[in-house]
Write a protein that binds this ligand. Structure first.
Ligand SMILES: Cc1cc2nc3c(=O)[nH]c(=O)nc-3n(C[C@H](O)[C@H](O)[C@H](O)COP(=O)(O)O)c2cc1C
Length: 216
């Protein structure tokens, strides 16, 4: 399995980086291939909200902004599984993650069911690296889980880490990745069905035509 480890902290030797390294080692020990990236090293603008709310993300499933986003989207496409590691900022993922995630969601969630999101059916472990209190780590993981389900990915595990739980949670991350790499692949169809159930139903008074744009 080719696993993309996505980190998004400015600290190269902080808790996020340590979690990413534990994940990388678990992937290698699980006889799989790891690619580790840090979104803070990418040039990623925030979504420009083109037109009246939708741009080429809806029609072409690509972003019109000229930065590193297309490369990142390609990396998600090539991978067969993911690890998302974010520092907890105000109970949420980092700004670098959110800038990338907003744009990836627009491009991937708007794809048709016969050619779904590049994340569809792929196992993912999300990790929230928090500070001393650990407050907000669970909320942060909730944000990540919702995003993953909207994109059709399969959350394999959600792991909160705080400074005081660092030692044993790094072991957990390692073991979780080794287990994910050893697990049989989830059927894509089941994951896509689960993702659809996360969409809101059509509004009352709607003409009855199915809304083909996935509600995020
Ligand atoms: C802007 C900001 C907001 C933060 N908010 C939280 C928070 O809500 N809960 C928490 O436990 N830690 C919070 N922290 C602490 C970081 O999550 C913690 O230091 C984490 O280890 C950062 O990851 P790093 O070591 O990779 O930099 C915050 C830190 C910053 C800079």
């Amino acid at each position: 399995m080719k696993v993309l480890v996505v980190t998004c902290s400015p600290n190269e030797d902080g808790l996020t980086a340590a979690c990413g390294e534990a994940a990388r080692q678990g992937i290698v020990d699980g006889h799989s291939r790891a690619r580790v990236i840090n979104l803070n090293g990418f040039h990623l603008e925030r979504c420009a909200v083109c037109g009246n709310g939708w741009g080429t993300c809806r029609t072409q499933h690509q972003c019109c902004l000229e930065d590193d986003f297309a490369d990142l989207q390609g990396m998600f496409g090539e991978a067969e599984g993911y690890v998302l590691v974010t520092p907890v900022y105000y109970g949420e993922p980092s700004e670098a993650f959110k800038a990338a995630a907003d744009r990836l969601r627009r491009c991937e969630c708007t794809k048709p069911e016969d050619a779904p999101s590049v994340l569809s059916g792929k196992p993912t472990i999300a990790i929230a690296a928090a500070g001393g209190s650990g407050g907000g780590a669970v909320h942060c993981l909730g944000v990540l889980e919702r995003w993953l389900r909207q994109l059709g990915a399969v959350p394999f595990d959600l792991i909160p880490v705080a400074q005081r739980s660092r030692e044993y949670q790094l072991e957990t991350i390692h073991d979780a990745l080794a287990a994910m790499c050893a697990a049989p692949a989830a059927p894509v169809r089941a994951a896509a069905t689960e993702a659809r159930s996360d969409r809101r139903p059509p509004r009352r008074g709607h003409s009855g035509r199915r809304n083909t744009t996935r509600d995020k």
